[in-house]
Ligand binder design. Structure first.
Ligand code: GDP
Length: 360
């Protein structure tokens, strides 16, 4: 799926860079352009693609701190500059646009939903969000910011692919080492997903294409993506169990949003050498995903590439009723209640009620 990336804020810029570098390293060429936007000049310095500094009249290149309302306002005033920076990148061949941001900060949290709304007014291709949720140890401001941004971003984007910063964390890492590791995990998942719709080596029976990704995300809302891989045997019969166990691990322990397994739709992609992918294994794994997600809309397909491993990607669409998100919304609501003395009701209602103010 030929895509253009827009990283908003510090995390957004870093993650967009990771995605660009992964796509280049793997020779996929699915990422057809990237732009980074920030209010903080320093955070744009080392990015290897076009950058746009917004809000100079208000914050003089110093960033908005954690003020995501200011982040939203500044994007509203300066979105035209961002849109003109994108003009060269978005062509007739572009199949989707991804707005990438950390939801807990200021610039990305406030700016990404505003920019998404503007992009949707102009372009016909889907505009997806790729949003990072703060880990549970991050402070109350991050949780409240992310709750408000999430609600608005999910409404404006065609779908919002979420990554929980607690998902890929290992013990003993510094925060920065941890971020780098998380960014690599996300880049692998999203990079493979975009490349899967592009194809590639050989003619497989059931190669995934971009329309299956778009259809899986068609109903909007929140999406998540899981991944797992293992060494492949050369005889496909011997790989049936591998494909099954990869699918289980992708969904149950390798997801960008842990514990989000109830979904409206899903796409299972098995990547590996064309001759080693077992048809029977893919079909069995697809049926397992149907049972596990409770969805009758589970698509499946191959991504042929030369590798001695087999990997499974599981894209889930419509996971907003999951326990993981309800836990997060509860956390955001409690953090906001502690600030404003609101009483906490059912966290699931946060998608529709006004306790967490929408940003737009
Ligand atoms: P902004 O520049 O004002 O948009 O703020 P940030 O992008 O720094 O957003 C802060 C949030 O993003 C916090 O919740 C951080 O945990 C998270 N964050 C910052 N940098 C990274 C990163 O490189 N990777 C990941 N996964 N999260 C990050």
């Amino acid at each position: 799926m030929k895509s253009v990336l827009i990283g908003v804020g510090q995390a957004g810029g870093k993650l967009a860079r990771e995605l660009v570098e992964y796509d280049e390293r793997m020779g996929f060429d699915a990422v057809r352009g990237a732009v980074a936007v920030n209010t903080a000049k320093n955070d744009l310095r080392e990015l290897p693609f076009e950058t746009v500094l917004i809000g100079q009249d208000r914050v003089k290149g110093q960033g908005v701190g954690g003020d995501n309302e200011l982040g939203a306002e500044v994007m509203q005033s300066d979105s035209r500059e961002v849109l003109s920076a994108l003009e060269g990148d978005i062509t007739a061949g572009t199949e989707s646009i991804f707005v990438v941001a950390g939801l807990g900060g200021g610039t990305g949290s406030g700016g990404a939903p505003v920019l998404t709304k503007e992009l949707k007014r102009i372009y016909d291709v889907p505009v997806y969000g790729l949003g990072i949720l703060p880990g549970r140890d991050e402070g109350a401001l991050y949780q409240v910011n992310a709750g408000r941004s999430l609600k608005t971003f999910a409404r404006e984007a065609d779908a919002l692919l979420l990554v929980d910063n607690d998902a890929f964390r290992s013990t003993g890492e510094s925060l920065t080492e941890g971020f780098d590791a998380i960014n690599e995990e996300i880049a692998k998942r999203v990079g493979l997903l975009l490349a899967a719709g592009e194809v590639v080596d050989g003619v497989a029976e059931s190669v995934v294409d971009s329309s299956e990704i778009i259809n899986t995300l068609r109903d909007g809302g929140i999406a998540a993506i899981g991944y797992a891989s293992a060494e492949a045997a050369s005889d496909p019969e011997e790989n049936i169990n591998t494909v099954m166990s990869n699918a289980r691990r992708a969904l149950l322990t390798g997801s960008s949003l842990p514990d989000a397994t109830d979904a409206d739709a899903a796409l299972l992609i098995v990547a590996g050498d064309n001759d080693s992918i077992p048809r029977k294994g893919v079909e069995r794994a697809r049926r397992w995903v149907e049972e596990e997600t409770g969805s009758l809309q589970v698509r499946g397909g191959d991504f042929p590439l030369s590798s001695d491993r087999l990997a499974t990607l599981v894209l889930l669409g419509g996971v907003e009723r999951s326990d993981r998100l309800e836990t997060f919304m509860e956390r955001a609501q409690e953090a906001q209640a502690a600030e404003t003395d609101l009483s906490g009701d059912d966290p699931a209602d946060q998608w529709t009620n006004d306790d967490l103010d929408s940003l737009l």
